[in-house]
Ligand binder design. Sequence first.
Ligand code: HEM
Length: 396
Amino acid sequence: MQTTTAVDLGDPDLYTSLDRHARWREYAAEDAMVWSEPGSSPTGFWSVFSHRACAAVLGPSAPFTSEYGMMIGFDRDHPDNSGGQMMVVSEQDQHRKLRKLVGPLLSRAAARKLSDRVRAEVRDVLDRVLDGQVCDVAAAIGPRIPAAVVCEILGVPAEDQDMLIDLTNHAFGGEDELFDGMTPRQAHTEILVYFDELITARRASPGDDLVSTLLSDDELSVDDVVLNCDNVLIGGNETTRHAITGAVHAFATVPGLLERVRAGSADVDTVVDEVLRWTSPAMHVLRVTSGDVTINGRDLPPGTPVVAWLPAANRDPAVFDDPDTFRPDRKPNRHIAFGHGMHHCLGSALARIELAVVLREVAERVSRVDLVKEPAWLRAVVVQGYRELPVRFTGR
Ligand code: HEM
């Protein structure tokens, strides 16, 4: 089915309530292809929603590129400045080189090595929030763990980590009024300036961190190094914190989940995948056609932007039974929360370990999680995220 519509799907106001799922469900079930007129994106864009169509747009051999940018806001006349340099918006040789360099620092083995650090961070956070008071998980728990982990990978000294977490929240928290102290652009610039300083320090005294690894490649410019540190900082923080918050949300709302994880009768890795599917924190990815392409029966000329809505694909009724329900035992679970194809998330092993540790530690330390009120959602199109998740924990 093909649809043309006047709705601008890049309008962040559409995503602050659960109505978004009803819209996505309808589009995914129809395998719709929706056109958004110029507005949030100066050139307008097509959208796809079904699991099949999203996988086709992102697939390894799909005639699409990320080099002009991978988010709504795409402007044909002013493509992404970091295109061709930053991993997520680069292709071919540069992309292969960056994945090869950065991959080992985010691999399953590296993630396993970091799991003690993750556990220590989770325990520390839980010590602070298990005081019987109302805890906003979205602020107190979600952001802390991934930020600490990413800082570790980057080689950011402990004393700078709080500042970087704040800056990340400002830069990538969406157009929400919560983050209006500084414009997102200003916060992002601050992060890049900080990386410049970190590069100077690592040049003088290299370590086994990401900054030193990128610096060791003679072909990469300082600009390349800064942009790819930024890629890992954004990729690692922005999405994972909402998945972690979502894991606690699941504990509060899915009957018996806490007890089953504690007793070992639910397989934690399976639960992690269901958290990823159910939360789908990366809301969309954009691609631009690199040749003539036919999608859902519609012929698209080169240079056409197409957006794949990952949460819609992850609740596509053609692939997932009872898709809105969190099923701790869901298997198989072919979600595409980490994307699909060449740009499949490089930090997926790390994100999975973080989630597994959070699930186990919370189940170990907490006997009840009570929702104080329904979550509030970010006003954003890049991430599907929690603005506020107030809960009360009862310790064991
Ligand atoms: C790419 C989602 C955690 C680093 C991606 C993409 C998605 C995604 C959808 C593909 C973007 C595209 O196709 O254009 C997520 C989710 C996460 C998560 C849902 C957590 C729940 C992480 C972590 C890190 C990370 C923890 C690193 C510490 C990256 C990088 C890329 C990427 C470097 C670019 C890969 C490439 O272009 O080849 N992520 N991510 N992500 N992610 Fe993640």
